[in-house]
Write a protein that binds this ligand. Structure first.
Ligand code: TRP
Length: 332
């Protein structure tokens, strides 16, 4: 029996190179070894976009196009839309009784996110609870493997607390889950900030045109003190080298270029041109597949419908077990 993976994204924008490095490549590998469910978490996106349903709706298709274009294969992975599986909300409701408010409020990731969004006490209750919703997503599919970034590790702890609590009170239904942190480095933004973000104006999207890639790489943060070609430059913290390290297959040449740059005599433009070529090689084929798929959105929606139906059956099975365990099986 293959173990089950659950992973997903909030549909609040198109996916970018940070997603590609941090999760998409990993999913393409994992879909051969595991039973993989890939969730478009539209209900979760609404936790801080309640007043913007159009944004969420529109990006469900955008994210699906990104998935298919990079090679998440609907024959191998099941792609689903979260809101169309109401059993997940039901499970979320039951799980909320198994977690204390203090426990969710302590979650360092949620704390930071609340600060970033500047909600203060006006924070939607649903947003504060999203780790519990995420536990329902994972356990609804009886997933035991969850690929996550470092910052998501507290979520997995909450999930396992819920597993233990549920099993102790109602009898064993769930297995504990394992987080797997992908080995790849996190991709910083083109401005040099720690993270590439959808709405931080520092992202290169998988759907960007050649022209956009060009402009963005040309704006990339390098070494502000490297003014003349002949000046010695810094490699560390220089985004062009950071990206070349990640994306350029020719490691030896990059080492040589680094040495040259440190000594002086190598200009940013030469390096940026190289990076543009490297990125175009990766994004070019993704972009053309995406454009092809985008011509037939109905076909893409059919793929999502089929995946969601299959996924729902799995969650329905879990919920039958859950209701039985919780003595909520009145009319069977
Ligand atoms: N929070 C994830 C994101 O923002 C999406 C997500 C929803 C998820 N439910 C999940 C990820 C469960 C892992 C497990 O991209």
């Amino acid at each position: 029996m293959k173990e089950t993976i659950l992973t997903g994204d909030r549909p609040t924008g198109r996916l970018h190179l940070g997603h590609y490095v941090g999760s998409l490549q990993n999913r393409i590998e994992l879909q051969d070894k595991y039973k993989q469910f890939v969730m478009i978490a539209d209900a979760q996106a609404l936790t801080d976009n309640a007043d913007n349903p159009e944004r969420v709706r529109k990006n469900v298709l955008e994210v699906a196009l990104d998935y298919l274009a990079v090679g998440i294969d609907p024959e191998k992975s099941t792609i689903l839309i979260q809101s169309q599986i109401p059993e997940l909300s039901e499970l979320f409701g039951y799980f909320m009784n198994l977690v204390s408010l203090a426990r969710v409020e302590q979650n360092p990731t949620v704390k930071t996110e609340i600060k970033q969004r500047k909600f203060g006490r006006g924070i939607p209750a649903g947003f504060v609870m999203y780790p519990v919703s995420q536990a329902a997503d994972i356990l609804g599919f009886k997933a035991t493997v969850v690929p996550v970034g470092e910052d998501q590790l507290p979520m997995i702890e909450i999930t396992n607390d819920i597993v233990d609590r549920f099993n102790t009170i109602y009898g064993k239904v769930f297995d504990r889950v394992k987080a797997v942190v992908p080995k790849n480095a996190r991709l910083p933004g083109i401005d040099g900030s720690a993270k590439m973000g959808k709405s931080m104006n520092n992202a290169i999207f998988l759907s960007d045109s050649s022209k956009e890639i060009n402009e963005k790489v040309m704006m990339m943060y390098t070494d502000p003190k490297h003014l003349k070609v002949s000046d010695p430059g810094h490699v560390k913290g220089n985004m062009v080298f950071t990206y070349l390290d990640i994306f350029d297959p020719n490691k030896d040449e990059i080492e040589e270029l680094k040495n040259q740059y440190k000594k002086g005599g190598l200009g940013d433009v030469v390096l940026k041109k190289r990076l543009i070529g490297v990125l175009e090689k990766i994004i070019g084929p993704i972009r053309s597949r995406r454009e092809e798929l985008a011509k037939d959105p109905e076909r893409v929606m059919k793929i999502l419908e089929k995946g969601t139906l299959e996924a729902r059956e799995k969650v329905q099975e879990t919920l039958e077990e859950v209701r039985r365990a919780m003595k909520l099986d009145y009319f069977e």
